[in-house]
Design a protein around this ligand. Structure first.
Ligand code: FES
Length: 129
């Protein structure tokens, strides 16, 4: 079998509310992961595209985080409404979504220009819905 063209890892890590780093799945319902799985299935992209849950990807300060391999694209602050766009534009068309991308200079950094306190991340996600 050929390798995956896109292996999408969706952080479903949970932490107690009020944790200084927040977490990507505060509701604990894996809704983001489920949405990716549904979208992949809907578009008949399996088995070459796969969506798996992941533990903490250590980018917590960037909001709900997804990484796509082998491309190594990290997206942060990902909401349910972003899922079909990621599948359509990144997975199918090969485009990087600049509004979601965590740049290389921001990866593994809590000092980057995009860092937001957890309450502001939650506000941004609320506004997207
Ligand atoms: S909890 Fe998701 S990246 Fe850390």
């Amino acid at each position: 079998m050929p390798p995956f063209t896109h292996h999408i890892f969706i952080c479903t890590n949970q932490r107690d509310s009020g944790h200084r780093r927040g977490c990507c799945d505060p509701e604990g319902d894996e809704s983001l992961r489920s949405a990716f799985k549904t979208e992949v299935r809907k578009r008949n992209l399996q088995p070459l595209v796969r969506a798996n849950k992941a533990g903490c990807l250590d980018q917590c300060e960037h909001g709900p985080t997804v990484v796509i391999y082998p491309q190594g694209i990290f997206y942060g602050n990902v909401g349910l409404q972003d899922v079909s766009r990621i599948i359509e534009e990144t997975v199918i068309e090969g485009k990087i979504l600049d509004d979601l991308r965590i740049s290389d200079s921001c990866l593994n950094s809590r000092q980057c220009e995009h860092f937001l306190p957890r309450d502001q991340i939650d506000d941004q996600l609320d506004q997207k819905q």
